[in-house]
Design a protein around this ligand. Structure first.
Ligand SMILES: [Zn+2]
Length: 430
């Protein structure tokens, strides 16, 4: 061009995504991982085992910076995460963070560290993000996630120009504040249908009464692009041009209001007797999202269970799905992590990594000082074990540990028991 040779290039960078000539995305992943590791290095200075940043702060840094950096444009390169080379890159980043989060020894396996940190493996997260993107866009080729079509938001181009927005508000007929968090798809449909009816009527003044505040809020907020809300808004502005007044009212549910109770009753009867095609059967995105997360957890669980590592962690958490829900309720510190990974100041571990000559316990030279022995067998701690068993009404054993952890009444006492023993042993082995 202009007498200058333009060379072939193996890579181009568009919108922050490095695309190589073979579409392997190796260089893209290498680059984002490098970026993420730089943050990790700075964090390492501030998050030591016995002092420094609180695990919750590290988790926040992880979810707010690391995941977004790595998951950028994930839907474009998600298939590449199936390759081992790329998984290795991702694991290296995640292992560091999981270790800092749990304050674990560097020898702890990724499987254990992730489980105790309560974070999903990155490659699974990336595939999750890609699946959600496909579902939102309505291009999920398998349609495997929901029943029926996924409810798509109205495209920007199809919403009215902001200048055409009519002022919308609803009148509050409820004295106390009560905001429901549940999905308001059905209520939205009802309000939307009411606006359709109003369009065809001759009268000029109407009131729409709903006991769903979230549905009303979705409708009066012009920034929401729920398809039912956009239709309701466009119907309402149509009513306005026909010189009809429509007031929206928020009323209290199940408060004995005559009309509302009658409507509830009719709805229940209709649901029992009518056998016809539903008026609206698009599947809300939140449902799809939940479903995708369930699939991700199942995949992680399969990986965790089939992995050869994390044998001590599996005594406490044999199931990754249960663990994911439980670990956040436990305050993880470096002693507890040593107990739950077996990697810590215990003779068995110290001997394995050549820091101590003998792996045996103080109670008997024949006994290996391992976590199961210390917690469930060792006579030295027999008294506190007996005390805990009496107080909690459970038998302490390796088979029972998983049930004790899941039981929120005895969990705390059990964890304190573990920490007490570990503290004594670690101090002795120093
Ligand atoms: Zn012992």
């Amino acid at each position: 061009m202009g007498g200058v040779d333009i060379e072939f290039s193996k890579e181009i960078k568009i919108l922050g995504l490095t695309i190589d000539d073979k579409l392997t995305f190796n260089s893209h992943v290498a680059e984002v991982c490098k970026k993420a590791l730089n943050i990790y290095k700075q964090l390492s200075r501030a998050a030591k085992v016995s002092w420094g940043l609180h695990p919750e702060v590290i988790r926040l840094i992880y979810t707010a910076t690391e995941e977004p950096i790595i998951m950028y444009a994930a839907s474009a390169w998600a298939p590449a995460t199936k390759k081992l080379g790329i998984q290795k890159h991702l694991n290296a980043v995640q292992r560091g963070f999981a270790q800092k989060l749990t304050k674990a020894y560097r020898t702890v396996s990724l499987n254990s560290a992730l489980l105790l940190a309560g974070i999903l493996p990155l490659d699974i997260r990336i595939q999750e993000a890609a699946a959600l993107y496909e579902a939102r866009r309505g291009t999920d080729p398998e349609q495997s996630h929901g029943e029926g079509d996924v409810e798509l938001v109205t495209a920007y181009a199809e919403t009215p120009h902001p200048a055409e927005h009519m002022e919308l508000e609803f009148i509050n007929l409820v004295d106390q504040q009560q905001v429901e968090a549940h999905n308001c798809q059905a209520e939205l449909l009802a309000i939307c249908k009411a606006t359709r009816v109003i369009l065809d009527r001759q009268e000029t003044s109407f009131g729409i009464f709903s006991d769903s505040r979230s549905a009303l809020e979705t409708i009066v907020n012009h920034n929401t692009r729920h398809p039912l809300a956009t239709e309701a808004r466009s119907n309402l502005s149509c009513c306005k041009s026909q010189n009809k007044t429509v007031n929206l009212f928020w009323i209290k549910a199940h408060a004995g209001l005559e009309g509302n109770e009658a409507a509830d009753k009719l709805a229940k009867e209709a649901a029992k007797t009518l056998k016809r095609k539903p008026h609206y059967e698009q599947c809300p995105v939140s449902f799809v999202k939940q479903k995708i997360r369930m699939d991700s957890l199942a995949e992680w669980n399969r990986r965790y269970k089939s992995g050869t590592t994390a044998s001590i962690t599996k005594i406490f958490f044999p199931d990754a799905i249960d663990a994911y829900r439980t670990v956040r309720k436990i305050e993880i510190n470096n002693v507890l992590t040593q107990v739950m990974t077996g990697h810590g100041g215990f003779s068995e571990y110290l001997n394995r990594f050549k820091c101590k000559e003998s792996p045996s316990c103080t109670c008997d030279p024949q006994q290996v000082e391992s976590i199961p022995h210390l917690l469930f067998d060792c006579p030295v701690y027999g008294f506190s074990r007996y005390e805990l068993e009496q107080r909690a009404g459970v038998t302490l054993s390796a088979e029972n540990a998983k049930h004790i952890i899941m039981n929120k009444e005895v969990r705390q006492a059990f964890l304190e028991y573990c920490i007490n023993i570990a503290n004594k042993v670690i101090a002795r082995n120093k």
